[in-house]
Design a protein around this ligand. Structure first.
Ligand code: 5GP
Ligand code: ZN
Length: 137
């Protein structure tokens, strides 16, 4: 897509701090890192969300993720890392080109993980049924 910032970065039309490129995926530093070393893993082809990506490309992405996450953890001497993917605007997706975030984490770095709250048993059971009804094998 001509006007997509991540397509343009993937094609080399816009600069980035690139750490990985295997032909199908590129990984580069987030311009506004949550922690230094925050890296984005991006398919070179344009797909808006995870659900738009072909299943085999998702499988390939998990391999790239494992590799790049290891590079980020070692390169930043992080004690841990978060993987995150925002899908659709409601989930905070700002760049409409599918991408995974790798955020290096350090004890006491002050970042907050999300916190769940105890749910009603009937609500859990009912939403489970709703989700299972969309199972496709
Ligand atoms: P999203 O909320 O869509 O999952 O996150 C998009 C991420 O892309 C944000 O963390 C933002 O800082 C990063 N980002 C947006 N534009 C650019 C850019 O032009 N270059 C780089 N390196 N990162 C970008
Ligand atoms: Zn794109």
């Amino acid at each position: 897509m001509d006007d997509c910032v991540f397509c343009r970065i993937a094609k080399g039309e816009l600069p980035c701090e690139k750490v990985y490129d295997d032909g199908k995926f590129v990984a580069f530093l987030d311009i506004s890192p949550v922690n230094l070393g925050h890296t984005l893993v991006v398919p070179k082809e344009h797909y808006e969300t995870l659900l738009d990506m072909p299943a085999d490309l998702v499988a390939d992405m998990s391999q790239a993720l494992k590799l790049v996450a290891s590079m980020v953890k070692n390169g930043t001497k992080a004690e841990g890392f978060n993987l995150m993917m925002n899908n659709y605007e409601a989930a905070g997706q700002v760049v409409p080109h599918a991408h995974m975030h790798i955020v290096p984490r350090f004890k006491g770095d002050g970042l907050k993980n999300w916190q769940g709250k105890k749910a009603d048993k009937d609500d859990l059971s009912s939403v489970k049924e709703d989700i299972v009804s969309f199972m496709q094998i």
